[in-house]
Design a binder for this molecule. Structure first.
Ligand code: DQA
Length: 140
């Protein structure tokens, strides 16, 4: 199977920002681990990160027909981007919403996701393991 892991706004700073919440590993290090994990299970994976809402929408559009699944951590866009929600709804590739932190145990504004309804499922609260679990959900 072939997967795409998309990280949204501010996630390029993973390992450098709010280490108590998001850990000390950089996004590049996390992605390297995910690449090895997918390879070990006989799958392919590609990665994309952007801080720009429209670029994330365009990447989702371009993913149509090319992947078996998408793991999406949209960062703060999760909580208000109707554009991203519509982009997910516009494609047939299943998307798993993913968060490193337990957004349900944080500020009130993080408890609402405008994406969940158009995603296949949601994984949250397991740090970098959230990405592994989201990927695994496609083949288990
Ligand atoms: C996040 C949670 C969001 O609320 C936050 O804005 C992020 C990261 C997570 O991975 O826990 O940037 O998506």
């Amino acid at each position: 199977m072939k997967f795409l892991v998309i990280n949204g706004v501010n996630l390029n700073l993973t390992g450098k920002r709010e280490k108590g919440v998001y850990g000390t590993e950089t996004l590049e290090e996390i992605n390297a681990g995910l690449a090895a994990f997918c390879k070990a299970h006989g799958h392919e994976v590609e990665f994309y990160q952007s801080n720009v809402e429209g670029e994330l929408c365009s990447r989702l559009h371009a993913a149509e027909g090319k992947y078996d699944g998408i793991v999406l951590n949209a960062g703060a866009f999760t909580h208000y981007s109707i554009a991203l929600r519509d982009a997910i709804a516009a494609i047939t590739v299943p998307v798993v919403e993913t968060h490193m932190s337990n957004v349900q145990a944080r500020e009130e504004f993080r408890k609402k996701s405008v994406l969940t309804e158009v995603c296949r499922g949601e994984v949250l609260g397991f740090g970098k393991a959230s990405y592994y679990l989201a990927l695994e959900s496609f083949w288990l």
